[in-house]
Design a protein around this ligand. Structure first.
Ligand SMILES: Cc1cc2nc3c(=O)[nH]c(=O)nc-3n(C[C@H](O)[C@H](O)[C@H](O)COP(=O)(O)OP(=O)(O)OC[C@H]3O[C@@H](n4cnc5c(N)ncnc54)[C@H](O)[C@@H]3O)c2cc1C
Ligand SMILES: *[C@@H]1O[C@H](CO)[C@@H](O)[C@H](O)[C@H]1NC(C)=O
Ligand SMILES: *[C@@H]1O[C@H](CO)[C@@H](O)[C@H](O)[C@H]1NC(C)=O
Ligand SMILES: *[C@@H]1O[C@H](CO)[C@@H](O)[C@H](O)[C@H]1NC(C)=O
Length: 578
């Protein structure tokens, strides 16, 4: 073991002595005498605010909003997790941050009506464990458990299912309490109780935090059940022909596509009776507690491949990573400890959502993206397609892949392209029809002005999704360019805006940052803006001509404008395809 450790250090030259304490994720809000800073869990941004407050009850939450309104401050609700990628929660002007970190105790189960009412700040894992203990299951949840109940519904978070109410958690919301600004005579803030038939509930279920402060969420439950999961690692022909049947056949189906490996992984995942034998656990490999040295070594080699433009190196690690995932079934564990074979059967509460890195008790392990270590740093693009449109997108990506499969090793080092399913929703900022959600992660440079290997390919896939095939951006993910024109993509966008006008006419809960996302504003372009996804290039200077990246057209989608590497300005653009 020790030999392996030192070898690691020598290989990665990352061996250093650190003074660190426990590696559970750090608090996203930090205050000093001069004010507070909010950052997200990846450390991808930090925004400053005037002051922060930590209510523990609904009345204290109401009084915090009242304080902000009375003093002409803006307000932003933040959580203990802050796992959203865009700057939705970022404050502006003098803002009071209202954290739900300590408003996290109430979980009331109504067994007769199969429903649960929770305080806004309750963490997803606590909620799941509480309802399972009472003999119920939450049918839908995101795959990652490091989120609060109000935070996750506010951005439309989802798992995967076309059955029943579907894979999105907000489609299980049957009531919501929200604190909104009020007149002086009402005490400057009041609690609205929205019941299931209230049209305002359709606005408030997915609200990006801009309607008011959610205090309680009521979710419908099902009787406790088990699931049986098998992953089929197979060839990637014909995903576009089978995804609809796959989603109809398996209640919790998903598909992961590794384009460079010509591999598709079909998740056969169905509900089984409670008495089916098995006590399995889905400890998804990407969310496991990793030795910090390993996370840093992975990042170190990824960076090295980037600076050396070493595609082969990336392809080698993509191949090893996929082989390892297959070996360990992505982290499924039959008995809670190891994978011994398919199918893996376990309780819904243990099979849907995971995040064991959240509970690190050691100083040398953490989530692989913890900003306090030199670990992973990546973009996450998440595009939501009407079900019938995703086939054409897959065909275009396949064409791009076939030009040079190696160009896709970068995404295959993460999780390839993950396809999940959600049903039509009544939420104004939810999906108007049954949809397919496609996620992919890719290398993000620590310095936003550093171009990335194959960045033209990711940009083309991004523009294929959002502009050619009309996908909508997941509210909690994506780079700013994905939100361009988002208003026109939601048929009920104006109904959302009128609800916002009614509940928060002074825009207390809005900021420049959340407006940029909600209204999909095109920002003024500046040198290098396309590298960080803040614009689409129209001139070379929006890329990085000094580092050999020029604004070029897409290879499959000619209308796309991407930053492509060209070793010398005289070489033809096709030389960079290879
Ligand atoms: C590793 C990882 C995996 C993920 N996996 C998935 C997945 O499988 N599926 C998926 O859909 N998403 C996924 N996500 C995205 C995640 O579900 C969302 O980012 C979620 O919104 C985060 O919740 P949070 O509690 O951290 O909220 P925050 O990021 O803190 O807040 C999100 C928004 O909600 C607002 N908000 C929070 N609480 C309140 C409140 N009480 N009242 C009003 N507004 C409020 C905030 O102002 C902000 O605008 C993942 C994210 C990560 C980091
Ligand atoms: C911060 O906000 C709280 C209200 O929650 C208020 O009581 C306190 O005085 C504020 N502090 C400062 C320095 O503004
Ligand atoms: C895996 O998928 C392939 C292609 O769809 C299929 O031919 C094969 O039978 C599947 N294997 C299992 C074990 O279901
Ligand atoms: C599970 O329970 C059902 C009745 O509810 C019974 O028919 C079935 O045989 C049981 N299965 C097992 C594996 O015990």
């Amino acid at each position: 073991m020790a030999g392996g450790y030192w070898l690691h250090c020598l290989l990665t030259i990352l061996c250093s002595i650190r003074t660190v304490h426990s590696k559970i994720p750090q608090s996203p809000v930090e205050c000093t005498v001069s004010g507070c800073t909010l950052s997200n869990a990846y450390g991808a941004w930090g925004c400053s605010a005037l002051n922060a407050t930590y209510p523990t009850t609904e009345e204290q939450l109401r009084s915090a909003v009242s304080y902000a309104v009375r003093n002409n401050l803006k307000a932003k609700v933040v959580t203990r997790f802050s796992h959203t990628i865009p700057k939705l929660a970022c404050p502006q002007d003098p803002t009071l941050l209202i954290s739900t970190e300590n408003y996290d105790s109430g979980i009331q189960i109504d067994a007769v009506n199969s429903a649960v009412t929770v305080d806004a700040g309750v963490g997803l894992r606590r909620l799941i464990d509480a309802v399972e203990d009472a003999g119920f299951s939450l049918a839908a949840a995101p795959y990652w458990e490091g989120v609060s109940v109000a935070g996750l519904i506010s951005t439309g978070a989802h798992g995967s299912s076309w059955w029943g109410r579907g894979g999105a958690v907000h489609d299980y919301v049957v009531g919501l309490s929200v604190v909104v600004p009020a007149s002086e005579s009402e005490g400057y803030a009041k609690v609205l109780r929205l019941e299931s038939r209230d049209p305002l509930l359709s606005a408030a279920k997915v609200s990006l935090g801009v309607l008011g402060a959610i205090s309680k969420v009521k979710l419908s439950l099902e009787h406790r059940f088990k699931r049986s999961i098998t992953y089929n690692f197979t060839e990637d022909n014909g995903i576009e022909d089978v995804y609809i049947d796959h989603a109809k056949q398996y209640e919790f189906a998903d598909i992961t596509w590794y384009p460079s490996r010509h591999t598709a992984v079909y998740r056969y995942d169905s509900r089984v009776p409670l008495n089916a034998s098995g006590n399995g656990l889905n400890d998804f490999i990407g969310f496991q507690n990793n030795p910090i040295l390993v996370s840093e070594a992975v990042r170190g080699s990824e960076k090295l491949f980037e600076t050396k433009r070493d595609t082969n190196g990336k392809c080698l690690t993509a191949a090893t990573t996929l082989a390892f995932k297959k070996l360990v079934a992505n982290g499924l564990k039959n008995n809670g400890n190891i994978f011994t074979g398919y199918p893996v059967v376990g309780f819904q509460g243990k099979m849907q959502t995971s995040g064991s890195c959240l509970y690190s008790t050691r100083i040398d392990t953490s989530c692989s993206w913890d900003p306090r270590i030199k670990g992973l740093f990546f973009y996450e693009t998440t595009a939501i397609f009407p079900a019938s449109k995703v086939g054409d997108f897959i065909r275009d990506v396949r064409k791009l892949r076939d030009l040079n499969p190696q160009n896709f090793c970068g995404v295959d080092n993460y999780n390839g392209l993950l396809f999940r399913f959600i049903k039509a929703s009544s939420a104004y900022l939810g999906q108007p029809e049954d949809s397919v959600v496609v996620d992919f992660n890719y290398y993000r440079a620590n310095d936003p002005s550093d171009p990335r290997l194959n960045q033209d390919v990711w940009e083309e896939v991004e523009q294929l999704a959002f502009f050619k095939h009309g996908a909508k951006p997941h509210w909690a993910k994506n780079r700013n360019v994905a939100f361009l024109g988002v208003q026109q993509k939601y048929p009920k966008f104006n109904m959302f805006l009128s609800a916002k006008h009614k509940l928060d006419p002074q825009n207390v809960f809005s900021s420049k940052w959340s407006d940029d996302i909600l209204f999909g504003k095109e920002l003024e372009k500046f040198d290098g803006c396309a590298l960080d996804g803040l614009c689409i290039c129209t001139e070379d200077r929006h890329c990085s001509p000094q580092k050999g990246y020029y604004c070029s057209h897409g290879l499959v989608y000619k209308e796309a404008r991407v930053c492509r590497y060209s070793p010398s300005s005289t070489s033809s653009s096709s030389s960079s395809i290879g």
